[in-house]
Design a protein around this ligand. Structure first.
Ligand SMILES: Cc1cc2nc3c(=O)[nH]c(=O)nc-3n(C[C@H](O)[C@H](O)[C@H](O)COP(=O)(O)O)c2cc1C
Length: 143
C-alpha cells in the first residue's frame, strides 16, 4: 500500500549548506534503495518533509529520521493513502524559499511567517502542488 507522510520539525542547531547537502545525499541514496520518494523543504529553521512509498518502509524511515539529533519537535501533519506518487522523479528533492517562489510561501501562510505547524493538511497539499509545479517549470525554463 502506497502512503504519503508529511511532517515538520525544527533544526536543533545551526546547520550550514554542507550539513543540508549531507542530509540530502544520505536521504537520496537510502531512499533510492528503499523505493521512497519525496521532498524536503527548509524555511525559517523549519523542515517540512514529504515521504512517499510503501507504508511499512515509510513508517520505518520516519522512525529512523526521528532519532536524528539535527532536528527536534517533530509533528506529523498529514498521513494518507495515495494511489500514485507525486514525487516519482525525486528520491528526495530540496525546496528552499527563493525569489522565484517566495510568494507561494506567503500564499499558503496565515501570517507573514511560513509556519507548517499551524497549516492544515489541505493547505499543505496545495502548497506542495504549486511549489513542485514551480520547480518543474523552472527546470524546463532555466533562463
Ligand atoms: C530533516 C531530515 C530529513 C531526513 N530525511 C531522510 C530521508 O528521507 N531518508 C533517509 O534515509 N534519511 C534521512 N535523514 C537522515 C537520517 O536521519 C539518518 O541520518 C540517515 O538516514 C543515516 O544514513 P546512513 O544509515 O546511510 O548513515 C534525514 C535527516 C534529517 C535531519
Amino acid at each position: 500500500m502506497l502512503v504519503q507522510l508529511t511532517y515538520a520539525s525544527r533544526i536543533s542547531k545551526a546547520l550550514g549548506s554542507e550539513d543540508i547537502k549531507n542530509i540530502l545525499k544520505h536521504s537520496q541514496t537510502n531512499n533510492q534503495a528503499d523505493g521512497v520518494t519525496g521532498a524536503l523543504c527548509l524555511s525559517s529553521g523549519i523542515f517540512l518533509q514529504i515521504l512517499e512509498g510503501d507504508r511499512n518502509t515509510v513508517n520505518r524511515i520516519y522512525h529512523k529520521i526521528l532519532q536524528d539529533s539535527r532536528h527536534k519537535d517533530p509533528a506529523i501533519l498529514d498521513y494518507r493513502e495515495i494511489t500514485a506518487r507525486q514525487f516519482s522523479e525525486w528520491s528526495m528533492g530540496l525546496i528552499t524559499r527563493t525569489d522565484d517562489n517566495k510568494q507561494l510561501f506567503l500564499k499558503y501562510s496565515s501570517d507573514a511567517n511560513f509556519d507548517p505547524y499551524s497549516m492544515g493538511a489541505k493547505t499543505l497539499r496545495g502548497f506542495f502542488d504549486e511549489v513542485v509545479d514551480n520547480v518543474r517549470w523552472l527546470r524546463k525554463n532555466p533562463d
